[in-house]
Structures are given as C-alpha cells and as structure tokens.
Design a protein around this ligand. Structure first.
Ligand SMILES: Cc1cc2nc3c(=O)[nH]c(=O)nc-3n(C[C@H](O)[C@H](O)[C@H](O)COP(=O)(O)OP(=O)(O)OC[C@H]3O[C@@H](n4cnc5c(N)ncnc54)[C@H](O)[C@@H]3O)c2cc1C
Length: 141
C-alpha cells in the first residue's frame, strides 16, 4: 500500500520491487483498519483520491513509512533540526558538553550501516578524548 501514485525510493530499488512477482502495489491507498478477530484477516483500505473503502484479505501487516529518527526522548535537551535529526558539530559533538551523537539519529543524508558505524567510531574517540581532558576530581577518579 502506498499513499501516493509513485515511489520516492531510488530507481534501482524501485526496479527491484517492480520486478518481484511476489509484490503487488496498491497506489493512492492508506490502511484505515486492520481486520480480524484475534489474528489478522485483512486490511480496510481507503483510496485517497476517491475516498472509497475496500477490504483486502491478508494474513500479516508490516508497517514501514519512511525514516523518522528516534530522538523524541532528547527533544528540548539536545539541539536538533525540524525533522528530529540531532545537530552535530566538530565531529560528533552536540550542543551539550560531553554528549556525542552518531549514526542515523544525526545523519539525514546517507543513513547507511557503514556510515553509522564510522560515525560511531568517531563518537567513541571524541568521548574518550573528552573524558581524558576532564580534570580529575574526587568524584570522577
Ligand atoms: C529496511 C532497511 C534496509 C537497510 N538496508 C541497508 C543496506 O543494505 N546497507 C546499509 O549500509 N544500510 C542499510 N540500512 C540502514 C542501516 O540499517 C542503518 O543506517 C543503521 O542500522 C543505523 O545504525 P544506528 O546504530 O545509527 O541505528 P540503529 O541500527 O537503528 O540502532 C539504534 C538502536 O537504538 C535502540 N534504541 C532506540 N531507542 C532506544 C532507547 N530509548 N533506549 C535504548 N535503546 C534504544 C534501537 O532498538 C536500536 O537497537 C537499512 C535500513 C532499513 C530500515
């Protein structure tokens, strides 16, 4: 089910999905309701252009709608952009001293495993250096 009349994914991903005969596309459709009593028996769809409702029998439902960084827990504490991606500067630093961000929560461009792992390594080094730079006090040594 897709709420628009075309996919925004990259061409190579679109072509792979279209070539897969196990995938049927329902364009301009949103799920209004999951049907079934105790277990999934179908979904009620609404055509976003006509408003028409229809039921489609299915035995499972998987929800996947774009990307949303899971950063709500930090809202109001760490600076982020209007889409919830954490702002970083000078490597992985955030606006909060001693707090570093890595991976998809701060990357709205690449969002890949390899870039997340790389920035995770950067954050570990930044955090270790920051800890090293802290003066020793009776509470932290
Ligand atoms: C369908 C799909 C296909 C993909 N295919 C590829 C691919 O082919 N190649 C590629 O390079 N990348 C791919 N990616 C992207 C890749 O998975 C991500 O870029 C990468 O996993 C980001 O790593 P991360 O550590 O930043 O975040 P995540 O891997 O999302 O890890 C975040 C972790 O934090 C945990 N967490 C969340 N909230 C809390 C909380 N409040 N307290 C404690 N823990 C919490 C989560 O459970 C999760 O384990 C794909 C992603 C998706 C969704």
């Amino acid at each position: 089910m897709h709420r628009r009349d075309q996919l925004r994914a990259s061409k190579i991903m679109r072509d792979r999905a279209f070539a897969n005969d196990k995938i049927d596309f329902r364009w301009n459709s949103v799920v209004e309701e999951v049907l079934g009593d105790g277990k999934v028996a179908g979904v009620r769809l609404r055509d976003v252009s006509s408003g028409e409702l229809s039921d489609l029998p299915v035995s499972g439902v998987f929800v996947a709608i774009g990307h949303a960084p899971n950063t709500d827990v930090f809202r109001g504490q760490i600076d982020m952009d209007e889409n919830g991606y954490i702002d970083t500067h000078d490597g992985t630093r955030t606006n909060v001293e001693g707090v570093f961000a890595a991976g998809d929560v701060q990357d709205h461009i690449y969002r890949q495993a390899i870039t997340a792992a790389g920035s995770g390594c950067m954050a570990a080094i930044d955090a270790e250096r920051w800890l090293e730079s802290q003066p020793k006090t009776p509470t932290n040594w």
